[in-house]
Design a protein around this ligand. Structure first.
Ligand code: GTP
Ligand code: MG
Length: 192
């Protein structure tokens, strides 16, 4: 753990290379960071949506050039309008003004696929031309043929989006599926 920022003015200096994890509340962002780092309690997780409310920075002492950033989820109805606005602004300021942010992993629940709620996030990322890649989460919860259908829909929904990276990564933090692939992708980005 390095730093938690609740305000755009409180973001730490951009150093090294960062990747960020975005997506709707409860999709499994914090769990995936824990699975990737092999540290079960690094990022705080919860079965209640809205757990992460700050932009949280993690770094590995063994790879000091690489930061992992946990973002608050979007689309959680129970938070106040003001909080929602502030969150939106914080994420916007972070995403639009981070020169060392090389990719955003946009997490999508494999039971739901890309939903209405994800489009504003994708619109924003396309607008600021920030490379993003869809990561399906919780694949342990779906049957293989369901996953095939969801994957096909996801591929279609990103096909005309300029900043979307075409390859999708399928993960389960619960079972460790896809974490090696994602880790390799991140390390490759850090070396570019
Ligand atoms: P916010 O911080 O609220 O935006 O949520 P988040 O996206 O960080 O989700 P979090 O990692 O806190 O996980 C939400 C819930 O989903 C928790 O109850 C997790 O245990 C569960 N979960 C996360 N990943 C998986 C997975 O791969 N499989 C299953 N079955 N459950 C998962
Ligand atoms: Mg979280």
């Amino acid at each position: 753990f390095v730093f938690a920022a609740a305000k755009a003015s409180g973001l730490p200096e951009a150093e090294g290379v960062e990747v960020a994890f975005a997506g709707r509340s409860n999709v499994g962002k914090s769990s995936l960071i824990n699975a990737l780092t092999g540290q079960a309690n690094l990022a705080r997780t919860s079965h209640q949506p809205g757990r992460t409310q700050e932009v949280i920075f993690f770094a590995n002492p063994a790879a000091p050039n690489l930061g992992l950033v946990d973002l608050p989820g979007y689309g959680y109805a129970a938070v106040s309008k003001k909080l929602k606005r502030d969150w939106g602004q914080l994420i916007l300021d972070y995403l639009a003004g981070r020169p060392n942010l090389v990719r955003v992993f946009l997490l999508v629940d494999s039971r739901r696929g890309v939903g209405e709620i994800d489009h504003p996030a994708m619109d924003l990322l396309d607008k600021v031309a920030l490379s993003y890649q869809i990561v399906l989460t919780k694949v342990d919860k779906v049957k293989i043929d369901e996953l095939d259908q969801i994957r096909a829909k996801v591929v279609k929904s990103i096909s005309k989006r300029p900043a979307a990276y075409p390859d999708i990564i399928e993960t389960s933090s619960a079972e460790g599926t896809g974490t090696d692939e994602l880790r390799k992708t991140i390390l490759r980005l850090a070396q570019e």
